[in-house]
Write a protein that binds this ligand. Structure first.
Ligand code: XMP
Length: 513
């Protein structure tokens, strides 16, 4: 079964929640793709989409340069759901009227819905929805019925059942909208007649078949880091072509304690994969000697990573394909959607595309992160790898402030391992999205027994965040902090002080360098 056959198009008008809408649709087990609002009716027809969603956006529909869709889209007979700006655009394009509100309704709003309409079928009639636009529809186009209202907004929702056109002034995709998922399901299943066939099990099955066909009897090389994306990509390729895949795991010596061995164990012992582990700590440390500037450290590590990878791959003779763990947000952020893009990071550990292969294999190009995790579990990858917190490419080098040396690495690895052990022991691993120790480079005075000490300060950092662009410091229970602090002081030589970082991002960043 091809689970992508039933596909819905998300047309991006620059809204901040466009990717979230796509994720929500996928959570309803319906495959969807994001595109710019500039897509034409012909292109949509040719692709055979079963439904279209117009996202929100920051503009006002009556502005001169406001983004508009190809008007022929409304004549395709494909069900359309307009959200926020998308709703206003639908109204205006079809002869209705939109204006700016004097009485701003923003955030949580109580709405009254007509439960005999398609979108609000089996929903509560009085409910909370989330508004984030100050324009609103004040006159619906011919053929439309108003299906929800609120105290200060005359058209919270409207629909034209005959033409299968639906519009919501609010955001069904955000969790503050109490029954948002139900409205989306009603649109997808009842208006578009999708059948919830996008499942990770069928994705895994069909991807393995496609990979087999694409790769044939050729060879594939993969740079495995032990992160979720590269691990899932490699296991998929391995399931498809077995020993035709070789993985190179560059251990730069800047990984967390025991991490290199864990990665090796999982992929070599459990999955019996062809894994080459390159122990390159000395090579990286000698390049980093004397370097204190964070961006310079990043650059050195990124470049050295490519050198090591190239040196190893040369030894393997001709390999046709390179496998990479690119995921859908990477694809979208490099130019599919419309939203202002703030690329997540200097992706150290990535490989340039012109590294000398015939082609790229990117089996996760269509998946969001949570889907990659589900696929990983489906493939039998252990939970500790699947739910691993993000770990920066330059590793512990950017958590040791100043010059990186072997001694400092030892101190940091031990302190960080204690923090992780205590998080696990106390069941709070999922309470923070990222947590780690930092060797601050500060030395301070302390007392131990009868003697005075002058030693290192370890900082603990734990943050909660949904996108890593902004973050809050995690409210870790005092007794857990106390236990971590005691253990670090007692078990890690040359540390006499432990502090907890209580700064959010902004103004701080998650990492200290
Ligand atoms: P910051 O410190 O910028 O971190 O708030 C946000 C997220 O990005 C990760 N990070 C990196 N990831 N290479 C990476 O692959 C890097 O150089 C890098 N610097 C920061 C950081 O761990 C956090 O998840």
């Amino acid at each position: 079964m091809d689970s992508k056959k039933e596909s819905v198009l998300i047309m991006d008008f620059g809204g901040q929640y466009s990717q979230l809408i796509a994720r929500r649709v996928r959570e309803c087990n319906v495959y969807c793709e994001l595109s710019s609002y500039k897509i034409t009716a012909e292109e949509i027809k040719a692709a055979g989409y079963m439904g279209i969603i117009f996202t929100g956006g920051p503009n006002s529909t009556y502005e001169k340069d406001a983004p508009k869709c190809d008007p022929k889209i409304f004549q395709l007979g494909i069900p359309i759901l307009g959200i926020c700006y998308g709703a206003q655009l639908m109204a205006q394009s079809l002869g209705g009227k939109v204006k700016s509100s004097d009485k701003k309704e923003y955030g949580k709003t109580e709405a009254e819905c007509n439960t005999s309409s398609l979108i609000f079928h089996s929903a509560k009639s009085k409910t909370v929805v989330w508004m984030s636009h100050t324009d609103y529809i004040f006159q619906v186009p011919h053929g439309f019925k108003i299906t929800a209202i609120s105290e200060s907004c005359p058209v919270v929702a409207m629909e034209d059942l005959k033409r299968k056109l639906f519009a919501l002034q609010f955001h069904p995709e955000v969790m503050h909208t109490e029954q948002g998922m139900l409205y989306l399901r009603n649109f997808l299943y009842n208006a578009c007649e999708c059948t919830a066939r996008w499942q990770m099990s069928s994705f895994v099955e069909s991807t393995i078949k496609e990979l087999r066909k694409k790769i044939g009897d050729k060879k594939v090389l993969c740079a495995l880091s032990g992160g979720v994306d590269s691990s899932v990509a490699a296991v998929l390729v391995h399931k498809a072509v077995g020993d035709q895949l070789t993985c190179i795991f560059v251990d730069h010596g800047l990984l967390r304690k025991d991490e290199g061995d864990q990665v090796e164990n999982v992929f070599r012992k459990q999955f019996k994969m062809n894994l080459i582990r390159v122990n390159a700590q000395e090579r990286f440390l000698s390049k980093l000697a004397g370097v204190t500037e964070p961006e310079k450290k990043r650059k050195i590590i990124g470049e050295e990573f490519i050198r090591v990878f190239e040196d190893e791959s040369k030894k393997l003779g001709k390999i046709e394909f390179l496998c990479q763990g690119t995921i859908y947000p990477d694809v979208v952020e490099s130019g599919v959607g419309e939203a202002a893009v703030i690329k997540s990071h200097h992706n150290v550990g990535g490989l340039p595309e012109d590294i000398g292969f015939e082609g790229l294999i990117e089996p996760l190009r269509d998946l969001f992160k949570d889907e990659v995790r589900k696929a990983g579990l489906e493939l039998g990858i252990p939970e500790f790898l699947v739910y691993r917190q993000p770990f920066p490419g330059p590793g512990l080098a950017i958590r040791i402030l100043g010059e990186v040396t072997e001694d400092k690495l030892e101190i940091l690895k031990s302190a960080d391992a204690i923090m992780r052990e205590e998080f696990a022991e106390n069941g709070i691993e999922r309470d923070a999205d990222q947590y780690f120790a930092v060797l601050t480079g500060i030395k301070s005075v302390g007392v131990m027994g009868d003697g005075r000490t002058y030693d290192n300060t370890i900082a603990l950092r734990a943050v909660t965040t949904s996108d890593f662009m902004t973050a809050d410091w995690a409210r870790i229970p005092y007794d857990v902090l106390e236990k971590i602090s005691n253990r670090i002081i007692n078990e890690v030589p040359n540390v006499n002080r432990v502090v907890y970082d209580i700064t959010s991002k902004p103004p701080a960043t998650v990492e200290w360098e």
